[in-house]
Design a protein around this ligand. Structure first.
Ligand code: P5A
Length: 447
């Protein structure tokens, strides 16, 4: 992508109203633009990151055997009256009346709508277990939208819903979600810790939130330092094996880790040695729930079990804050100069800086690098503009592209370009061929 033809409205000034780094940097990097309080347009660079996150979420959901569908943002109020949540949900729910005087809500979540889909089509335990999910915009009329997309009113969520014939099977679905969420966050380059949480308006007996530690987080959390050592990336779990999933969950839920709503100071002190106790702030990037028959009973979602009895289906729901994750990743990955994207979620893996856009040789080498990277599925952001070199470097640093190739006539006399790493700061001088080899090694796939 040539920068001269792209739309990257970066700001040189720090926006006065943005209080936390991720909000400031997203505005400065031209990723988002506020439309109204807590409602944002996603500009081209921001959209690329959002799409990368969606892709990782889809891959991990499908690996766990979950099935994508797409439900609408607007839902009939009647379903919420059936479950009893129409009145309970309060002012956070945006209620709309259409021209036929039909009452609608802009979905803050989808337990009711999915239960309606389920009950119309599934009657027997033979069709279970089933987990359906989508990635769709939600609206919650938050009283204090703040920190940009971190606490938005309109936000993108992955929400999934499991349907099982009994409690045991539904608890396996809960565990499966926990494992798949751990994998999802790790794939994004994030450390997110599952912490025992309260179920709030979604309801149920089991709930964990996933928290990314950050000083600017809105949640107060308490945990055993040992949990920071755990990782999932080196294990491969069979998602159909309840035992294997339960073992992973046990490993992650044995060390103390709780949000302030479930924190117990006495247990905290008795379970963990003084030196391992941690209290910190965190950003909630996901939450999972098991709520049994809370929706299936009032909404009449029953199935026939193996004994021929009609039983209400057991359910849970599981959410990832996809748009919030963009902010959380920036909170965990930035410096004074700007964002430092983890490679799997970067909007572009490579930035090319042309130091002499009037020089034919320099242009040819930059074009060739762009073409070859694109052929490997790694389309670069190519700064072919006539801006000052210093300003070009500042923009690449600000928008956080992991690798930068700098090409100028002086180096090209010796056949050399400069390759630098945003995170590590190291720079090497090499040939264009070597840069391509390093960036595309082990990945000959055209995407
Ligand atoms: C689980 C999926 C639910 O709504 N129903 C369907 C359940 N859970 S939740 O915890 O309320 O939300 C899931 C995740 O969505 C993100 N989130 C938000 N992101 C940005 N702005 C908001 N106002 C907002 N509210 C919730 C969080 O990451 C949360 O974990």
């Amino acid at each position: 992508m040539r920068l001269s033809r792209y739309f990257l409205p970066v700001l040189r000034e720090t926006p006065a109203d943005a209080q936390i780094a991720s909000h400031r940097l997203m505005l400065r990097a031209g990723m988002i633009q506020q439309a109204s309080a807590g409602i944002y347009s996603w500009m081209p660079l921001g959209l690329r990151v959002l799409k990368r996150l969606e892709q990782i979420v889809h891959e991990e959901q499908m690996a766990a055997g979950h099935i994508p569908l797409l439900m609408p943002t607007l839902q009939p109020a009647s379903l919420w009256q059936e479950s009893g949540r129409y009145d309970d949900y309060g002012q956070e729910m945006l209620r709309i009346t259409d021209r036929q005087e039909r009452r609608l809500v802009y979905g803050p979540t989808n337990e009711e709508l999915i239960t309606d889909i389920f009950r119309r089509h599934v009657n027997s335990y033979r069709d279970l277990p089933l987990t359906l999910y989508h990635i769709q915009w939600k609206f919650r009329d938050e009283i204090r939208p703040r920190f940009g997309i971190m606490r938005g009113r309109e936000f993108l969520m992955k929400d999934g819903y499991n349907f099982d014939v009994d409690k045991d099977s539904a608890l396996h679905a809960y565990n499966r979600h926990m494992v798949s969420y751990l994998n999802t966050y790790e794939k994004m380059g994030l450390k997110a810790i599952p912490m025992r949480a309260s179920a709030g308006p979604i309801g149920g007996t089991h709930s964990h939130e996933f928290l990314v530690l950050a000083e600017t987080g809105e949640s107060e959390v308490y945990f055993d330092n040992d949990i920071l050592e755990l990782t999932e990336s080196d294990h491969k779990v069979d998602f159909d094996n309840p035992q294997e999933c339960a073992e992973v969950v046990k490993r992650w839920t044995t060390p103390y880790a709780r949000t302030d709503e479930t924190h117990d100071p006495v247990e905290f002190k008795s379970q963990i040695s003084h030196s391992s106790r941690r209290q910190s702030r965190g950003i909630e990037v996901g939450q999972i729930f098991y709520f049994g028959t809370k929706y299936s009973e009032p909404m009449n979602a029953f199935v026939t079990n193996a004994d021929g009895d009609r039983v209400p289906v057991h359910m849970g729901s599981h959410g990832i804050g996809v748009s919030r994750l963009v902010g959380a990743i920036i909170e965990a990955n930035h410096d004074d100069r700007g964002i430092i994207w983890p490679e799997p979620v970067a909007p572009f893996l490579v930035g090319i800086i042309n130091l002499a856009p009037k020089d034919k040789k320099t242009n040819d080498v930059c074009d060739d690098l762009s073409r070859r990277l694109s052929a490997f599925g790694k389309e670069p952001l190519y700064d072919d503009t006539h801006d000052r070199a210093g300003s070009k470097f500042a923009t690449m640093d600000l928008i956080g592209i992991p690798w930068r190739l700098t090409v100028g006539p002086r180096g090209l006399i010796k056949g050399e370009i400069e390759m630098s790493h945003r995170r590590g700061g190291q720079t090497i001088i090499c040939s264009p061929d070597e840069a391509i080899n390093r960036l595309c090694r082990g990945n000959g796939r055209r995407e």
